[in-house]
Design a protein around this ligand. Structure first.
Ligand code: PRP
Ligand code: URA
Length: 239
């Protein structure tokens, strides 16, 4: 007898859960946590990214598309100002982004896959870079590079990293930015584990989190389940 689709779905989800290390999430999300998988385009494109057969160039393109969609939500509070323009029909009052230029700060390497999407939607934005890699044994982040644009401390910053796993890398990047005087910080990622969300909520409750999809948890190796594997390797084709 063939299994019904419903049974098959149930079994798949149970199997997925069994791969996660036990973890008790604090669960209570603050108003600063925004999970965007309710959006059909985001859900569809993240599912494509997860598939192991998705090749590197498609993966990179999807990373940019999802980032663009996340930007629409994450940038809804940007300051605007009105000014007069002329359409082919008449003069009218339009709007433009106002205030100091925002700064995108990708966490290298994988965060760089999100960088062009921000530049596309806000061409005048500035870009800083923070280089961190996660030790494969200890899962602790190690800083190897930091270059921020002038006046970053007065600007709205969007930290970019497709993956929020233990939260160690994002925590370290945000701490570094705060040490350099930055106060207006948001974080954007494509997939987050509950552990990473909890860590940022506890250590940086002032930082808005814009998340494409929240996954089940982490496996024994610190990879997000079901996740999409190593985002850096998939973006840059290094494996
Ligand atoms: C990945 C990812 C994050 C980090 C997430 O980077 O892009 O920066 O791991 O894990 P965490 O939340 O447990 O810190 P990785 O260190 O693999 O470097 P890469 O971007 O150069 O591949
Ligand atoms: N970094 C990744 O690229 N993927 C994960 O699942 C966890 C950390």
């Amino acid at each position: 007898m063939t299994k019904s689709k419903k049974e098959e779905f149930k079994e798949t989800l149970k199997q997925e859960q069994s791969l996660c290390k036990p973890y008790q999430s604090i669960k209570a999300k603050t108003h600063n946590v925004h999970v965007l998988s309710w959006h059909p385009l985001i859900a569809h494109k993240i599912t494509e990214m997860r598939k192991k057969e998705t090749d590197s160039s498609t993966f990179r393109k999807l990373t940019e598309e999802v980032t663009t969609l996340i930007c629409c939500e994450a940038m809804q509070h940007l300051e605007t100002e009105e000014y007069i323009i002329e359409t082919p029909i008449c003069r009218t009052v339009g709007k433009r982004i106002a205030g100091k230029k925002l700064v995108a700060v990708p966490i290298m390497r994988a965060g760089m896959g999100m960088e062009d999407a921000v530049k596309m939607v806000v061409p005048k934005s500035r870009t800083g870079h923070i280089g961190l890699y996660r030790d494969e044994e200890t899962l602790e982040p190690h800083e190897y590079f930091c270059k921020l644009p002038k006046g970053a401390e007065e600007r709205q910053i969007f930290v970019l990293d497709p993956m929020l796993a233990t939260g160690g890398s994002a925590d370290a990047a945000i701490t570094l930015l705060k040490k350099r005087g930055c106060t207006k910080i948001s974080f954007m990622c494509i997939i987050a584990a509950p552990q990473g969300i909890d860590r940022l909520q506890i250590n940086h409750p002032d930082v808005e989190l814009w998340i494409g999809c929240q996954d089940k948890g982490l496996n024994e190796n610190g990879y997000i389940v079901p996740g999409l594997g190593d985002a850096g390797d998939r973006i840059f084709g290094t494996k």
